[in-house]
Design a protein around this ligand. Structure first.
Ligand SMILES: NC(=O)c1ccc[n+]([C@@H]2O[C@H](COP(=O)([O-])OP(=O)(O)OC[C@H]3O[C@@H](n4cnc5c(N)ncnc54)[C@H](O)[C@@H]3O)[C@@H](O)[C@H]2O)c1
Length: 462
């Protein structure tokens, strides 16, 4: 089977993609790396770095006969959805409808959509079954519910078999600390780093924590089945934050726990009824909370700590040292931190625009080139019309289209470039299209171009 996993470089997506790859299926991933990391997927797969809402995605369907789609790519932060509903809707509605449209056009047999317990809102009549009224409170929850409606409509109109899973709080290795269900990954990082744990409220609030491999297993089964509609994906087990802390204290001594005021809008109790998924897919969660936390901590304990943004401690400051950043620049999260440090210093960007000064830009190219030599990590350069330098608003628009690990920079001889991290020439071509759709002409600078040698080997190695 050929399976397309959108958001495949993310936390859940990487487990889903790995499960299919391990079972001998062909895996294709689309991800824009906004929160995912290519390092999450070390198994064989085909990779497309693109936005799911982009028309470019059609080329993937033209190039591959996809059988099944698991659509996980999404803006995943509830707070972001409140502050920037546009961004949430762009990713979560335009992204889904684009993929649904392509699924119908290319006659895909099944699409699994990642919905969320957030569709229920503040309902504490637990365990919540699929038929209780949905009253989402955030744009994130509203868009997930709307996504379910779209899936239902596409099933009706195009006979596309769709299945929407309302995930409870998923946890496990590789989870970032900003998305849904982040409490466990936040605790894991703090536990590993010997830091105090903060709990909102009494800690008696409960959640339905489900281990990520159980989620991947249910999705795998769903893709082999005819099941359709909406299903909770959960353990149907209530676990309090205090229970969580008790288990964690058995893994590693906890520095201290501080209880703070409850957060406005947090619900006290939450569990989702999972009888439907159990009977429909002959599925049972295999990991209880203790087993899941053990596995999760084993991963976090070995993972490289990523410094947090905006706190200028000594460790982060050393990242600005050229010798020490040469390896780390290949990691986009670290690049983000480096960028925020650059921004906070205010000395590395040209005044008023998000464009790196020539010496800094050459240093970044130098770092990428070294990482490429050492680790074979690709990077690409796009040449832009330098007239854009006269339009700060256009520069800002271009900058907004880029990922945090990409850079706009000016060269010593006044030419404007974009450096795309972890990007092949193919990925760069997708960015060229994306810029074009936004009225900005650009060109990929290939290694054959004489100026490439000048930029990468002459200027940058000075
Ligand atoms: N983690 C949970 O507890 C939980 C709970 C309910 C629902 N979900 C849903 O499960 C899915 C996966 O979540 P996750 O926890 O693995 O988060 P994640 O952030 O680790 O994964 C999301 C992935 O999608 C990619 N992505 C985001 N926007 C994109 C876009 N516009 N185009 C292409 N790629 C894009 C990101 O780079 C990332 O790799 C999401 O749809 C999320 O809403 C997660």
């Amino acid at each position: 089977m050929k399976i397309l996993v959108t958001g495949g470089y993310g936390f859940i997506g990487s487990f889903v993609a790995e499960k299919f790859a391990n079972e001998g299926h062909e895996v294709i991933i689309i991800d824009n790396l906004v929160s995912g990391n290519v390092k999450n997927c070390s198994f064989r797969h085909i990779s497309y770095i693109a936005d799911v809402e982009s028309p470019i995605c059609e080329t993937i369907f033209q190039n591959h006969k996809v059988d099944v789609i698991v659509h996980l790519a999404a803006q995943v932060n509830v707070v972001t959805s409140m502050e920037n509903p546009y961004a949430d809707t762009k990713s979560n509605i335009l992204g889904l409808t684009n993929i649904l449209q392509l699924a119908a056009k290319y006659k895909i047999s099944k699409l699994v959509f990642a919905s969320s317990a957030a569709v229920y809102g503040l309902n504490e009549n637990i365990p919540l079954s699929e038929d209780v009224p949905c009253q989402p409170v955030s744009p994130y929850g509203i868009n997930k519910l709307l996504g379910e409606y779209y899936c239902e409509k596409w099933s009706e109109i195009y006979q596309l078999n769709t299945l929407c899973f309302r995930f409870a709080n998923v946890y496990g290795p590789r989870q970032g600390s900003i998305g849904e269900g982040g409490v466990i990954s936040i605790f894991m990082e703090r536990l590993r780093d010997g830091k105090e744990l903060f709990v909102y409220g009494t800690g008696e609030q409960t959640r339905d924590f489900i281990y990520v491999e159980d989620v991947a297993d249910a999705i795998y089964r769903a893709c082999q089945s005819n099941a359709t509609g909406v299903m909770n994906l959960s353990t149907n087990t209530e676990s309090s934050v205090n229970q969580l802390i008790a288990i964690l204290s058995g893994l590693q001594p906890i520095a201290s726990v501080t209880y703070t005021a409850p957060r406005i809008g947090d619900i006290d109790r939450s569990t989702l009824d999972n009888s439907l998924v159990k009977t429909s897919l002959d599925w049972e969660p295999q990991f209880n909370l203790t087993d899941g936390l053990n596995r999760t901590y084993a991963w976090f304990a070995n993972a490289t700590p990523v410094p947090q943004k905006g706190h200028g401690n000594a460790k982060e400051t050393t990242l600005l040292d050229e010798a020490s950043i040469q390896n780390d620049l290949i990691n986009s999260s670290l690049s983000r931190n480096i960028r925020s440090l650059y921004l906070s210093q205010g000395t590395n960007y040209l005044e008023g625009v998000p464009v790196l000064k020539p010496d800094v830009f050459h240093a970044v190219i130098r770092s990428r080139e070294r990482a490429k030599q050492k680790f074979n990590t690709a990077f690409s350069l796009l040449s832009l019309d330098s007239q854009i330098m006269n339009s700060p608003s256009l520069l800002e628009n271009v900058n907004n289209l880029l990922r945090d690990s990409d850079y706009l920079g000016l060269t010593e001889d006044g030419r404007l470039f974009i450096l795309l991290s972890n990007a092949t020439v193919y990925d760069a071509a997708i960015v060229v299209e994306r810029l074009k759709l936004n009225g900005v002409a650009s060109q990929v600078l290939t290694e054959e171009d004489r100026y490439y040698a000048k930029l990468v080997h002459e200027y940058a190695l000075q």
